[in-house]
Design a protein around this ligand. Structure first.
Ligand SMILES: [Zn+2]
Length: 458
């Protein structure tokens, strides 16, 4: 609630739209969406006297959640690459991402968060679950991201990626950054909340893993970690510890109901069941997995009845969850024609459920009365009738991020008529281009990372 608004005052009515109240199970009504402060208060006919925004011939949907992002990669598009082409996933990390992350300084972190956050909003993504790495600018990095996203009006769940690949000092600094951010009061963090980040089993010692788990327990949150994205993670766990990745992480206490497990591609059936039993949420990142040629997550097929959240993320390939969900659906269909049409809506709902839990907002991802007012107005004059029964068909085969007209987060109009109301988009573009060039030069001067799975150095 804004300070100048009396409690309970109605602050905005979005009028005349087709409203998707929930994605799974789909609920679609024709109504005015009436907001009070940061909440949806009613769906129906807006009473007189409320500020109105004409939304006729539009579709209003809950804002999307990207459940696994790396905002720090937002300035990497078009980055020159002069080394020998990588031929494996580990080489992609050594030669691209573990050079870029070491080149990040505070200015670049902010510019990347600004570019990436704005791109997400403009695509209708209102919540970003981010996994951040900047080994030469660790302390305070989560504050920079939180403040930048707050400036744009993006809701977020942030963490710092702890790893041993850059030595014990930086591993300790990573744990400390997670702890420091979690210790800030929720008022100071605004629209941001924290988790504890960890890179992956294959770049972590037992001692560092234990530190991460302790930090998460102390903060009352889960661990956000990459799990068996590539075969190399499993091979390392077997070589160094004589067990698989899931058994190792479970033994360390990582696999709780609050954990967020990105990828889970190379899991044996017994490991899939073990993950399901923990109640953790898995995030599939179809476009990233295809781009890195690492394989296809079995969690795309853990259905029906399995009591586990399977969300979707971009893994840094922008913040557009409309396209991500469409491609992920086609990838799941290509593997299994029994994949139901409602699959993308179920996955996006699982992502919202996870983020809602972290934010203490069980109605996040819906537009039910009492839900946080995080919503998107789509300029989508329905080419055929749109109902709850056929919403999935429109979603997969009709929608595009280009339909996003307005975006509301926590009751505030943060994108109006395809432009941010908070920042000058031309300035953001110019700043991003300048910072990208500086970042590319710095990255270019950094050698491939010498960390190898199995713990050995080349
Ligand atoms: Zn990732």
């Amino acid at each position: 609630m804004q300070a100048d608004q009396p409690e309970g005052a109605l602050t905005l009515a979005l009028c005349g739209a087709t409203v998707v109240v929930a994605l799974d199970p789909p609920v679609v009504v024709s109504a005015d969406v009436v907001l009070s402060g940061d909440r949806v208060v009613s769906l129906g006919v807006a009473p007189p006297g409320v500020p109105r925004r004409d939304c006729s011939d539009t579709v209003v949907v809950p804002g999307n959640v990207c459940a696994h992002h790396h905002l720090y990669s937002a300035l990497s598009r078009g980055m020159p690459y002069r080394l020998a082409p990588p031929t494996s996933f580990v080489q992609i990390l050594q030669r691209v991402w573990w050079r870029l992350d070491r080149a990040l300084d505070d200015r670049a972190i902010r510019a990347a968060a600004l570019r990436g956050g704005l791109d997400a909003l403009r695509a209708g993504t209102t919540t970003i679950v981010d996994h951040h790495s900047s080994p030469n600018a660790i302390d305070g990095s989560l504050d920079i991201i939180a403040e930048t996203l707050a400036e744009l009006g993006v809701r977020s769940v942030l963490c710092y990626e702890v790893t041993d690949r850059d030595g014990p000092g930086r591993a300790a600094a990573g744990v400390a950054e997670n702890r420091r951010f979690l210790a800030r009061s929720s008022t100071a963090r605004g629209l941001a909340r924290g988790m504890v980040g960890a890179h992956a089993s294959f770049t972590m010692s037992d001692a560092t893993l234990a530190e991460v788990v302790e930090a998460a327990r102390g903060g009352g949150v889960g661990v956000h970690i990459h799990v068996a994205e590539d075969r190399a993670d499993q091979a390392d766990a077997h070589a160094r510890h004589g067990i698989g990745v899931v058994e190792r992480l479970d033994g360390a206490g990582v696999l709780t109901g609050d954990a967020l497990l990105a990828h889970c591609v190379h899991l044996a059936p017994a490991e899939v069941h073990a993950v399901v039993d923990t109640g953790a949420t898995v995030v599939c990142n179809a476009r990233s997995n295809m781009n890195n040629a690492v394989g296809h997550s079995p969690f795309n097929h853990v259905r029906p009845g399995a009591d586990i959240g399977v969300a979707l993320g971009t893994d840094g390939i922008g913040g557009d969850m409309v396209t991500e969900s469409q491609v992920a659906y086609l990838r799941a269909r290509a593997a299994d024609a029994a994949t139901g049409g409602g699959w993308p809506l179920e996955r996006l709902t699982d992502g919202a459920r996870f983020a809602g839990r972290v934010h203490g907002e069980p109605l996040l991802g819906t537009l039910r009365p009492g839900a946080p007012a995080d919503l998107v107005v789509l300029d989508y004059p329905t080419p055929t009738p749109l109902t709850a029964d056929n919403l999935a068909g429109h979603w997969t085969f009709g929608l595009s991020p280009a339909h996003v007209r307005d975006v509301v987060v926590a009751g505030e109009l943060v994108v109006a008529d395809r432009r941010s109301t908070r920042v000058d988009e031309i300035e953001v573009a110019a700043d991003g281009a300048r910072e990208a060039e500086r970042l590319w030069v710095r990255t270019d001067a950094i050698a491939p990372h010498d960390f190898e799975p199995g713990g050995s150095r080349r």
